[in-house]
Design a protein around this ligand. Structure first.
Ligand code: SAH
Ligand code: SF4
Ligand code: F3S
Length: 447
C-alpha cells in the first residue's frame, strides 16, 4: 500500500437506500485518508454502488465496469470495487465476467468497507455477500447535501412481491434502535440540517423485529411512535419518510402526520397495479379498494396532502382490461407524481418464470399511455398551487438559471425563485407561486 494520498470516486445507481449507503462509504474512505475525485479517471479507487431492480439498471453497471477494467490493465494500482445490489445478486459470478475486480460487496456490508479494503490491500480479491447483522453506523457519512439528509431506520424487506429482487439482495428486515436513530438525527440538527427523510424499503415494518409489545399487544416501536419520539429534535424543521406499503399503512400513522407540524404532508405509497387479480399475482396483499380507502383517509385528515406512488405496467399476463384498471386508478386519485416502469423479469423472482410474459411492444405502449396520463394529472394537481404562498426549503442554486435558487414545498414540488444561494441556502422561505408546470413551480420570495 502506498502512503501518498489516494483519490476515490463513487458512482451510485438506484434508490435512496443506495445513496445513503454511498454517503456512509464515502465517509469511511475519507476517514481512511482518501480524497474525492469527481472524475473517475482521476481516481485510484473506484466504487460502483449498483442497482438491479430492472434489467437495464443491471446492464448499465456492466458497461461502466468494462471501461474501468480496461484502465486497470494500464494502471494495476487501481482498486475496483462493486458494491450494492448487483454485487449481492451476482456474488462470485461477477469475478468471472470482470476478473479485474478487487472487491465485491453486498449492501449489508457497506459499513465494513474499511475492513474489506484492508484485506484487499493485503493482496486478496474479496467477496463479501454473506448475510450479516448490520453493524451500527459509527462513522461520519460524507453527505451530498448540507440541508437535507437521509436516515435509514430499517434495512431489508420481508415481503415477497413476486416481481421484486429487493428481498434477495437486501436481506431480512433489520430495524435500528430508536436510540441510534435519535442520536444520528440530533447530530444532524446540530450540524444545521433542516430536513430529514427516514428511509426503509417497507418503512411500515419498522420496529417489528425489535423487542417489546404494548399492553394492547402491538409492537412497542412503530414508525408512528418513532415520529413522535424524534419530532422535537432541535434544528430539524421537516420530516419525511419513504417507502410506505399499503398493506400496513395505518390510520394511527395518518393521525400522527396530521398532528405533528414538522411531518410534511406528502405520502409516497406505491400501488403497483389498479387491478385486483394483478395485485394478487404480485403478492401485494391488498386490493385497489383498500388502496383508495387509504388515500381517502389521508385526504379526510389532510385535504391538501400530496400523494405519489410507483406503478408497474406489463406484469406477466396483464390484459388490456387490467391495464385500464391501472389507468382508472390514476385518473381517479390524481397523483402529484408517479414513478412508472415496464415490468422487467428479474433473476430469482417467481414472476420471471411465468409463461405469459408480454412483448416489449405491449409493455412500452402501456408505459407511454400511462406516462401521458400521469403528466396530465400532475399538471392538474399543480394548478392548486397557483397564487398560493408556499414554504420552500432552499437547497441549491438552479443549475439552469444562476439567478434562481431551488427547493421543495412541503408537498415535495420542486420550486424555483429569484435569490442568492449564499444568503438563502438552508432557509425556509415563503414563496408566492406565479407559474406552475406538471412537476415544478416558479414563484417570488416574500420577505
Ligand atoms: N419497497 C417499495 C419499492 C421498492 S423497488 C415498494 O414496496 O413499493 C422500487 C420500485 O421499482 C417498485 O415500487 C416497483 O414499482 C419497481 N419495480 C420493482 N421491481 C420491478 C420489476 N421487476 N420490474 C419493473 N419495475 C419494478
Ligand atoms: Fe420489493 Fe415488495 Fe419489498 Fe417493496 S415491499 S421492496 S416491492 S418485495
Ligand atoms: Fe436498486 Fe437495490 Fe434500491 S436493486 S432500487 S438499489 S434496493
Amino acid at each position: 500500500m502506498t502512503s501518498t494520498p489516494r483519490r476515490y470516486h463513487i458512482t451510485t445507481f438506484g434508490c435512496q437506500m443506495n445513496k445513503a449507503d454511498s454517503e456512509r462509504m464515502a465517509g469511511i474512505l475519507e476517514d481512511m485518508g482518501f480524497k474525492w475525485s469527481q472524475d473517475p479517471n482521476g481516481a485510484d479507487l473506484i466504487l460502483y454502488n449498483t442497482c438491479t431492480i430492472r434489467d437495464n439498471a443491471e446492464q448499465k453497471v456492466y458497461s461502466y465496469l468494462g471501461r474501468q477494467a480496461k484502465r486497470k490493465h494500464e494502471n494495476p494500482d487501481l482498486t475496483l470495487v462493486v458494491a450494492g445490489c448487483v454485487a449481492q445478486q451476482e456474488g462470485e459470478k461477477i469475478l468471472r465476467r470482470v476478473p479485474e475486480l478487487d472487491l465485491v460487496m453486498g449492501p449489508q456490508h457497506a459499513n465494513r468497507l474499511e475492513d474489506l479494503l484492508t484485506q484487499v490491500f493485503d493482496g486478496n480479491q474479496v467477496v463479501a455477500t454473506e448475510p450479516i447483522h448490520i453493524v451500527e453506523d459509527i462513522t461520519k457519512p460524507r453527505r451530498d447535501s448540507t440541508v437535507t439528509a437521509w436516515v435509514n431506520i430499517i434495512y431489508g424487506c420481508n415481503e415477497r412481491c413476486s416481481y421484486c429482487v429487493v428481498p434477495n439482495v437486501r436481506g431480512v428486515e433489520q430495524s435500528r434502535t430508536p436510540e441510534a436513530i435519535y442520536a444520528e438525527m440530533e447530530l444532524l440538527g446540530k450540524q444545521g440540517y433542516k430536513e430529514i427523510t427516514l428511509l426503509g424499503q417497507n418503512i411500515d415494518a419498522y420496529g417489528r423485529d425489535l423487542p417489546g409489545v404494548t399492553p394492547s399487544g402491538r409492537h412497542q416501536h412503530t414508525l408512528t411512535d418513532l415520529l413522535y419520539q424524534v419530532h422535537d429534535i432541535s434544528g430539524i424543521e421537516r420530516l419525511r419518510f419513504a417507502t410506505s406499503h399499503p398493506r400496513y399503512f395505518t390510520e394511527r400513522l395518518i393521525k400522527a402526520c396530521d398532528e405533528l407540524p414538522k411531518v410534511c404532508e406528502h405520502f409516497h405509497i406505491p400501488f403497483q397495479s389498479g387491478d385486483n387479480e394483478v395485485l394478487k399475482a404480485m403478492k401485494r396483499g391488498y386490493t385497489h379498494q383498500k388502496y383508495r380507502r387509504i388515500i381517502d383517509k389521508i385526504r379526510e385528515y389532510m385535504p391538501d396532502a400530496s400523494i405519489s406512488a410507483d406503478a408497474i405496467v406489463g406484469f406477466p399476463g396483464e390484459t388490456e382490461e387490467q391495464f385500464e384498471n391501472t389507468l382508472q386508478l390514476v385518473d381517479d386519485i390524481g397523483f402529484d407524481q408517479l414513478n412508472t416502469a415496464a415490468y422487467s423479469p428479474r433473476p430469482g423472482t417467481p414472476a420471471a418464470l411465468w409463461e405469459q410474459q408480454l412483448s416489449e411492444e405491449v409493455k412500452s405502449d402501456r408505459l407511454q399511455r400511462l406516462n401521458h396520463l400521469v403528466a396530465q394529472k400532475a399538471a392538474q394537481r399543480s394548478q392548486r398551487y397557483l397564487g398560493r404562498i408556499e414554504e420552500v426549503l432552499v437547497e441549491d442554486q438552479n443549475p439552469k438559471d444562476k439567478s434562481q435558487v431551488m427547493g421543495r414545498t412541503q408537498g415535495n414540488r420542486l420550486t424555483f425563485f429569484k435569490g442568492n444561494i449564499d444568503e438563502l441556502k438552508g432557509q425556509l422561505i415563503k414563496v408566492e407561486i406565479t407559474e406552475v408546470r406538471a412537476f415544478s413551480l416558479t414563484g417570488e420570495a416574500i420577505f
